[in-house]
Write a protein that binds this ligand. Structure first.
Ligand code: NAD
Length: 469
């Protein structure tokens, strides 16, 4: 019989959802056991996801910024790229961040258990080699894993997922990116900047499906210049190993070369919830047909004492949503009347330009036949954007036609990911477009484009002609 440890709260998975929940629960005096297969907290996001990819994107942006500086009279030579140095940068960041989290976990007296945890029943989790943990409550925060459809599942060191791409083993002369979503575009951007000839193949008729087309356009235009090819409405039917590299069979009307060869292939066609192999059936926890754990607004599962947060508990699979849910569950456990009632979730694609949006999108409004008012401010009218030589951006507000309440915001442009915070605050505070228009914004900044978009709703935009009467 395995050793049994009595604990108040088991958190299974130490990513941005799990570690936040564990830390906050410990701060409220709960006895917490945090279980993860990795030696240190951080999950996919810190170890092999958001953080390392942003470090690589920083390197990539420096390369493209320096190249683009020629437009403003600054000519540099071609960079000498040391992939070990670029990889070393992100590894150091990850080492520091996860080390800090380990220290914070210890300082909070959390029992951090390294190993794969599995439910044995609805009160117990077993960690192989470590024993059993008997809990009063449990939070499942096991995240997600890359999806690999059978036709793309070639076992070859040349075919990688996002984790493999981050290893930056070398700069492949030709890289195929399957999937024009978040990961495909971010890592495609990195490799293109480093010098690979990148081909992106996307199944649907546009990059970043689901995102408003006017926001994707400036990014698409820039990527067209950086990438070798972007094939839309195209399927990768097969991948085969050949002595020269991986041969991809492409099915799409506009593709000329149907069987190109690549030194490396990145498969980035989405992620699936990590709900298999953790014994959820033994605990009686229900999952839906996509494998997400079914939860209510308190993030409670079908079993009263078990909660689920983050990627495993539903879309969108974003770290900040997981952290937010972790906070809610800890409040629920503390007996507070908390529910998940976020009015919006920000989404950011960290390419350059960045694309960021939150709340209602124009696409969603159209699909739901919902009446909205839409105002846009093109960055060509922004003095700050001109000084940065980045006028391709666009800021857009989606507003309730009766109350002028801000329902959604979309931004594409350099630094859009930072700007979306103001939009989030506006939505959460129930601000109207007039509130944004009447809030003084520092000049000259890109954030003025939010104010000017709002001003245009009232015919008050100084740098844009009012609509013709
Ligand atoms: P994604 O859902 O963003 O994009 C997958 C893309 O692949 C879609 O455009 C889809 O149409 C396409 N696709 C699917 N099957 C295909 C096929 N057979 N051939 C060609 N294209 C195909 O998924 P992802 O890029 O793998 O990222 C996974 C998740 O990770 C995202 O949902 C996101 O939540 C998260 N993520 C977020 C960030 C960020 O916040 N910046 C960055 C990376 C990943």
């Amino acid at each position: 019989m395995a050793d049994v440890t009595e604990t108040q709260l088991v958190v299974l998975g130490a990513g941005p959802g799990g570690y936040a929940a564990a830390f906050l629960a410990a701060d409220r005096g709960m006895k917490v056991t945090l279980i993860d297969a990795r030696e240190r907290p951080g999950g996919t996001c810190l170890h092999v996801g958001c953080i390392p990819s942003k470090a690589c994107l920083h390197a990539a942006k420096l390369i493209t910024d320096v190249r683009d500086a020629a437009h403003i009279g600054l000519k540099y030579g071609a960079p000498t790229i040391d992939v070990n140095g670029v990889r070393g940068h992100w590894q150091k960041v990850v080492e520091t961040l996860t080390g800090n989290l380990s220290r914070l976990s210890k300082a909070r007296k959390i029992d951090y258990v390294v190993g794969q945890g599995k439910f044995v029943d609805d009160r117990t989790i077993e960690v192989e080699g470590r024993g059993r943990y008997h809990f009063e409550n449990c939070i499942v925060a096991t995240g997600s894993v890359p999806a690999r459809p059978a036709n793309l599942n070639l076992a070859s060191p040349r075919v990688v997922d996002s984790t493999g791409a981050l290893k930056l083993e070398d700069i492949p002369p030709r890289l195929l990116v399957v999937g024009g979503g978040y990961i495909g575009l971010e890592m495609g951007y990195v490799y293109a900047a480093l010098g690979s000839k990148v081909t992106v193949v996307e199944l649907t008729d546009g990059l970043l499906p689901g995102c408003d087309r006017d926001l994707v356009l400036p990014l698409h235009k820039r990527l067209e210049k950086m990438f070798d090819k972007i094939h839309l409405k195209t399927k990768v039917a097969r991948l085969e190993e050949t002595p020269k590299g991986i041969r991809a069979t492409l099915e799409g009307e506009e593709v000329a070369d149907k069987q190109p060869i690549f030194e490396r292939v990145l498969v980035a066609v989405g992620r699936r919830p990590n709900s298999r192999d953790i014994g959820l059936d033994k605990a009686g926890v229900k999952i839906d047909d996509k494998g997400f754990i079914a939860v209510d607004e308190k993030r409670r599962t079908s079993v009263e004492r078990i909660f689920a947060i983050g990627d495993v508990a539903g879309e969108p699979m974003l770290a900040h949503k997981a952290t937010y849910e972790g906070k809610i569950v800890v409040e629920v456990l503390a007996g507070e009347p908390a529910v998940y009632d976020a009015l919006a979730v920000p989404a950011v694609v960290f390419t350059d330009p960045e694309v960021a949006w939150c709340g209602l999108t124009e696409t969603e409004a159209k699909r739901a036949n919902r009446e909205i008012k839409r105002v846009r401010f093109p960055w060509a009218g922004s003095g700050r954007a001109m000084t940065l030589d980045r006028t391709e951006g666009l800021t857009k507000l989606i507003v309730d036609p009766e109350t002028d309440r801000v329902l959604g915001v979309g931004i594409v442009g350099a630094g859009a990911g930072e700007m979306i915070a103001e939009a989030m605050l506006a939505i959460e505070m129930g601000a109207s477009a007039r509130d944004l228009a009447m809030t003084m914004h520092a000049h000259p900044t890109l954030s003025e484009t939010i104010m000017e978009a709002a001003e245009s709703l009232y015919g008050m935009a100084v740098h844009q002609m009012p609509p013709k009467k």
